[in-house]
Design a protein around this ligand. Structure first.
Ligand SMILES: [Zn+2]
Ligand SMILES: [Zn+2]
Length: 378
């Protein structure tokens, strides 16, 4: 095997930190737990740090600072800047600059974590190797006016080391001396950093790799309920790329989006405000548009296919899809006109259209699976 590592492009400090903490969490950390065990204090401290640093990235760095999806009072900002630094994903200003560039140039050369350069690059490679000089941070002028953000930008690594590693050590020491301090450092410091970082990295890699595209297939972003579970609700990435200023990523009632729930709860205490939501009709419009595109693509693909035993089922779905397509074409212009003229669409109509979209998706699934999972007609 010929592994060619571009050593002249390695980001040595970042690589040493990422690989070092990862190796420690699969060697020293399990060894330490095996010999010393963990008690309730260590588990609670780990969970506190996991949620505090994880939500600081999704709620603070991402939805608040990158997308301005809501406004927040200074305690929320301060908390997310302190614990965001402890996630060791760089200062908020750097993170936001990269992320805004990701949205603007998604899947293109200037996308920092461009999935078209491969899964490894999008996940972690872009941090380990610098493929080109860092672009100027010319897309965060608004954040430069914020004193708290600029304070964190200046002291980010010191804050990160203190809040992320030294503080758990001190808390552990007061709880149970040197042994507990070491456990807290390894679990709530090292292991927690790795787990939170891998969750964030998955948004850049897996969320552009696996899942559904209900709102648009114009970019690689995908919705995945499984990814939402490990990313504090950020797994509905197809929606997010289509409507990036919405404070929600999971917009359906059944979708798991704890970041959205926390923002909403904080708004009830006056700590957040101005929560931005895309109107239901606009979301439905995007779904109808994408479903129409999928129907067109499927009808072309299956136009001349003869799948013998499955033909009856396929023909039935094709007929239904043709009818639905006709209906969508009419609905689309109706809905578009209603949104443009700011006319409220009745709940019954919206429900019917949503039902039609789901119905079309079922038939598209039948076509997709025909010949693979359907049983022959007897
Ligand atoms: Zn993305
Ligand atoms: Zn985003």
């Amino acid at each position: 095997m010929n592994l060619r590592i571009p050593f002249n492009r390695v980001s040595w400090i970042t690589s040493t930190f990422l690989i070092g903490t990862f190796l420690m969490s699969i060697s020293i950390v399990p060894y330490h737990i095996w010999h010393n065990g963990v008690d309730a204090f260590q588990i609670c401290l780990f969970l506190f740090y996991y949620f505090a640093t994880g939500f600081s990235i999704t709620l603070g760095y991402h939805r608040l600072f990158s997308h301005l999806a809501f406004k927040a009072k200074w305690p929320v900002k301060l908390f997310t800047l302190l614990f965001g630094a402890a996630a060791f994903e760089n200062a908020a200003l750097d993170w936001v600059s990269d992320h805004r560039r990701h949205h603007k140039h998604v899947d293109e050369e200037d996308d920092p974590y461009d999935i078209s350069k491969g899964f490894f690059h999008a996940h972690i490679g872009w941090l380990l190797f610098k493929l080109k000089p860092k672009p100027p941070m010319d897309n965060v002028a608004d954040l430069r006016k914020d004193k708290l953000i600029m304070w964190q930008y200046k002291w980010c690594h010191y804050i990160g080391v203190f809040v992320g590693f030294i503080l758990p050590y001190i808390l552990g020491y007061f709880y149970g001396g040197h042994q507990a301090a070491l456990s807290a450092f390894l679990l709530s410091g090292i292991l927690r950093v790795v787990v939170v970082q891998q969750g964030t990295f998955c948004i850049n890699s897996l969320c552009h790799y696996m899942g559904r595209q209900p709102y648009s297939a114009s970019c690689s972003a995908r919705d995945s309920g499984i990814m939402a579970l490990v990313t504090f609700g950020e797994g509905y990435h197809n929606y997010h790329h289509e409507f990036q200023h919405d404070y929600r990523n999971g917009v359906k009632a059944w979708q798991f989006d704890p970041t959205k729930w926390i923002i909403w709860v904080l708004s009830k205490f006056g700590l957040t405000s101005g929560l931005r939501r895309v109107a239901d009709e606009k979301i439905l419009l995007a779904e109808i548009n994408e479903t129409r595109r999928k129907i067109d693509a499927s009808l072309i693909e299956y136009a001349n296919k003869d799948s013998s035993a499955y033909q009856e089922i396929i023909n039935k779905s094709i007929e239904q899809l043709k009818l639905l397509k006709q209906k969508f074409d009419e609905n689309y212009s109706q809905l578009e006109a209603a949104i443009n003229e700011k006319i409220n669409v009745s709940k019954e109509t919206t429900m019917q259209w949503k039902h039609d979209v789901n119905n079309a998706m079922d038939h598209l699934t039948v076509l997709k699976n025909s010949g693979f999972t359907l049983q022959p007609i007897t």
